[in-house]
Design a protein around this ligand. Structure first.
Ligand code: PEP
Length: 250
């Protein structure tokens, strides 16, 4: 068992309504979960305030994205400072849906990390390869390219406030979960990369969590892998079974 605190995040994506969030929050608030797990729920911007007011206080709220400026003429964007103002403690940065649907670059993603940390938010940084990249045998190169931009932009001490979410794109929302061995292999390689690219301390202390079709049934086995420090959960975080995933390592 590592000394890294197990971390489980939910990512509601563009789902929810005031009524649905109230119902789900009631379920989560009544759930019996281990106090050894750090839990963070990512909600659409418009619901961050409501969630931060109503969610149990031992869990934190995240925005699902942010912009790179504090304020100004950036119509439609939301700053890290605004997220913090309405109660978010975290922000998800670099989700594959932003990288691949909205064409956000590695450098823009890295800049978001810098600005979010400067505003006092913690960051769940997502990386992961497309199916064709896995099939071409370049998973590690892709993940190192994505991480490399962030490594270049951050100082060593910044990594204390980052959780890396390894999310193979082919496993997100598809029901095709990576095997625990596939997750472990990539997580171990990411840790090895951090050792040389940042420092042995950062490599040893940074949480690396897995995301991609995690559910109550498949989480237990993956949670036993030495380099799997938790999960980032999409679809199943909108259901009561999320509570079982929070307890996966118990
Ligand atoms: C995600 O959105 O980050 C995710 C992992 O989704 P899902 O669990 O639905 O595959």
């Amino acid at each position: 068992m590592s000394s890294r605190t197990f971390w489980v995040g939910g990512n509601w994506k563009m789902n929810g309504s005031v009524a649905a969030i109230k119902e789900l929050t009631n379920t989560f608030n009544a759930g019996n979960v281990s106090s050894d797990v750090e839990v963070v729920i990512g909600a659409p911007f418009v619901y961050v305030h409501l969630l931060s007011e109503t969610l149990r206080k031992d869990w934190a709220v995240a925005g699902e994205n942010c912009y790179v400026k504090a304020s100004g003429a950036y119509t439609g964007e939301i700053s890290p400072e605004m997220l913090k103002d309405v109660g978010a403690k975290w922000v998800i940065v670099g989700h594959s849906e932003r990288r691949n649907i909205l064409n956000e670059s590695d450098e823009f993603t890295a800049e978001k990390c810098v600005k979010a940390l400067a505003a006092g938010l913690k960051v769940s940084l997502c990386v992961g390869e497309l199916l064709e990249e896995r099939e071409a045998g370049i998973t590690q190169q892709v993940v190192e390219r994505q991480l490399g931009a962030v490594v270049k932009a951050l100082k060593e001490e910044d990594w204390a406030n980052i959780v890396i979410a390894y999310e193979p794109v082919w496993a997100i929302g598809t029901g095709k979960v990576a095997t625990p061995e596939q997750a472990q292999e990539t997580h171990a390689a990411i840790r090895e990369y951090l050792k040389t690219a940042v420092s042995p301390k950062v490599a040893a202390e940074t949480r690396i969590v897995y995301g991609g079709s995690v559910n109550a049934k498949n989480c237990k086995e993956a949670a036993q892998k030495p380099d799997v420090d938790g999960f980032l959960v999409g679809g199943a975080s909108l259901k009561p079974e999320f509570l079982d995933i929070v307890n996966a390592a118990q």
